[in-house]
Design a protein around this ligand. Sequence first.
Ligand SMILES: *[C@@H]1O[C@H](CO)[C@@H](O)[C@H](O)[C@H]1NC(C)=O
Ligand SMILES: *[C@@H]1O[C@H](CO)[C@@H](O)[C@H](O)[C@H]1NC(C)=O
Ligand SMILES: *[C@@H]1O[C@H](CO)[C@@H](O)[C@H](O)[C@H]1NC(C)=O
Length: 435
Amino acid sequence: MIHKPRISMHAATPPCTRTHQIGALLLVISTFFLTRLLDQSLPATYPVNLDRRTSFPGSLSLKIYVYYESEIDGLYSLLYGRDGNIDGNHCLKGQWGTQVKIHRLFLESRYRTMKKEEADLFFVPAYVKCVRMMGGLNDKEINQTYVKVLSQMPYFRRSGGRDHIFVFPSGAGAHLFKSWATYINRSIILTPEGDRTDKRDTSAFDTWKDIIIPGNVDDGMTKYGDTIVQPLPLLKRKYLANFLGRAQGKVARLQLIELAKQYPDKLESPELKLKGPDKLGRAEYFEHLRNAKFCLAPRGESSWTLRFYESFFVECVPVILSDQVELPFQNVIDYAQISIKWPSTRIGPRLLEYLESISDKEIAEMITRGKQIRCFWVYAPESQPCSATQGILWELQKKVRQFHQSAETFWLHNGSIVNRNLVEFANWKPPLPLP
Ligand SMILES: *[C@@H]1O[C@H](CO)[C@@H](O)[C@H](O)[C@H]1NC(C)=O
Ligand SMILES: *[C@@H]1O[C@H](CO)[C@@H](O)[C@H](O)[C@H]1NC(C)=O
Ligand SMILES: *[C@@H]1O[C@H](CO)[C@@H](O)[C@H](O)[C@H]1NC(C)=O
């Protein structure tokens, strides 16, 4: 990912003209038909599975304001820790890298605006998952810093947070910010986690306002050309299915490890460790993952699992064993065409029998369809016709409102926005009262 300086990003991108939009539309439609004819002969990244009833890239009309880290007291520490020494590039790696990637993509986006007055949406950057793991902030500090940051944002106050976007890249979702339910429960939350009910009373995810994003698959697997490992031909795969992960004391995972002991030539499921000789290296992990026709994706600490997304790049059919899972971009992707979801309460010989009953031809067809949509898991620049970035922008487009309001926002005959004390918006001074 190229991180260009800020100034050029804005000026360099030509506006999306009507001609561009029509061009993009024609491209998508013609690709759709072409791929039906030619199937595998086109690059695997075109959104051929797009339902043409939904909106296309050309029809986006979005203005997103990205808060500067220096603009608001406290924001800097949500990105780099209390001492400012957490490295953003470090936070880019691993399954939680989306918190950095999405920020950088928005900084370079043609939909970025430098003017708050005209913005439809506001992006609040934070790398808190990484910062917390690296000891840059503890839970208490994260909570207090978020509250401090929000109280300095008049635009947040104006809409009660409805037009503000936050990324929470891990299974904890918005719970990373302890008092999220008080302060950002109306905001748009981007998270791979659509469920967080196992250890909490409430899920931080709301189907109507939040957006499920794909997990961050290792860049070494998603790039063109020399990926870390190449997929194996179906006939060369040693196993019917595999599960390569830590047991984490989870019932379904332990059941898979036991099942593998009973059927060692069908199912590969060693109990992996985080450290020591049983930990797989990066390449080793993908070498194992590609060696089965089906990659089993049971839930871990939470419902979403990166393995689901990784399956598409080693070209095994993912079998979801996580009942509460929520998947991204359901408006354009028909998951029944590219994956299997099996009840997590029915892990046993019957699952293996069922998977064995599926012919190689059917498996190959699912894999081919999976190759056509896996571009949606790649955090590529928005210039690519199909990417996670495009998917997220389309979802955000649906959240755009013509108007911004909250229970504490009022308007007059002449368009003036005022607060309960009839103070005009331009004179709202931080710190602002929050719920
Ligand atoms: C989060 O911070 C706010 C403001 O300092 C405080 O009122 C609230 O109790 C904190 N939440 C938790 C869970 O500590
Ligand atoms: C959001 O938080 C406010 C203040 O705590 C509360 O009154 C409201 O019910 C919450 N809304 C949702 C949708 O949870
Ligand atoms: C709108 O009307 C209010 C009340 O009469 C006035 O105080 C305010 O300055 C007006 N705003 C504009 C933008 O004219």
